[in-house]
Design a protein around this ligand. Structure first.
Ligand code: C5P
Length: 211
């Protein structure tokens, strides 16, 4: 029988990645960060100096290699926005779908993204929807980026990230193709008032109840 399949979706900077990695580690399951696929396509399009909204992104998606996912420049704010732009293109999504479904079918495991529970793995054993207010997510991202509380730049820095996060969320939620959406059978975890450890405990309680 195949391994357990766990789908984790949610908006930008909600802590999906940290949670998915921790669950995968605890349950000894493979992990796929699907956002990395879109980031890698965006990176290649930007390297070519092409507008991320052009259809050439599809070609980059079809020729994506495992090594492209290992680059260290996939989490810049330039790539954040470009990834969201290429991700709205149906042909890009189509080109990346096979890889994700093959991964899920052959290896099972934990996949995180925006459309895992709705489109990529509608038959997942457990579906989680991880969310928090945009304000909370911006503040966490600021701290992650090395920001210090009480820094004179704190307010402006967080506000800048908040705008970016809201722009990306709105783009991901309102696109026609596989928009960010909670699957009907997904369980939501609101993480505003929870530590990463508490989020993990809640998620594990849900997963365990499905075993
Ligand atoms: O998760 P992450 O922030 O790294 O994803 C980057 C972008 O890739 C998202 O803003 C979204 O536009 C796109 N994405 C997607 N579907 C996924 C994962 C990511 O559209 N399953």
């Amino acid at each position: 029988s195949r391994r357990m399949l766990i789908a984790i979706d949610g908006p930008a900077a909600a802590g999906k990645g940290t949670l998915a990695r921790t669950i995968a580690h605890a349950l000894k399951l493979p992990y796929l960060d699907t956002g990395l696929l879109y980031r890698a396509v965006a990176r290649k399009v930007l390297d070519k100096g092409v507008d991320p909204q052009l259809h050439s992104a599809e070609e980059q998606a079809r020729h994506l290699k495992e090594d492209d996912l290992k680059r260290h420049d996939l989490r810049t704010s330039e790539v954040d926005i470009a990834a969201s732009l290429v991700a709205a293109q149906p042909l890009v999504r189509q080109a990346l779908m096979g890889f994700q479904q093959k991964f899920a079918q052959e290896r099972g495991g934990v996949l995180d993204g925006r459309d895992i529970g709705t489109m990529i793995c509608p038959n997942a054993d457990v579906k989680l929807y991880i969310t928090a207010s945009a304000q909370t997510r911006a503040r966490r991202r600021w701290l992650q980026n090395g920001g210090q509380l009480g820094d004179p730049q704190e307010k402006a820095g967080i506000l800048h990230l908040l705008r970016e996060i809201e722009e990306r969320d709105s783009y991901d939620r309102n696109r026609t193709n596989s928009p960010l959406r909670k699957a009907d059978d997904a369980q939501t975890i609101e993480t505003d008032d929870l530590t990463p450890e508490q989020v993990f405990q809640k998620a594990m309680a849900i997963i365990t109840s499905h075993l």
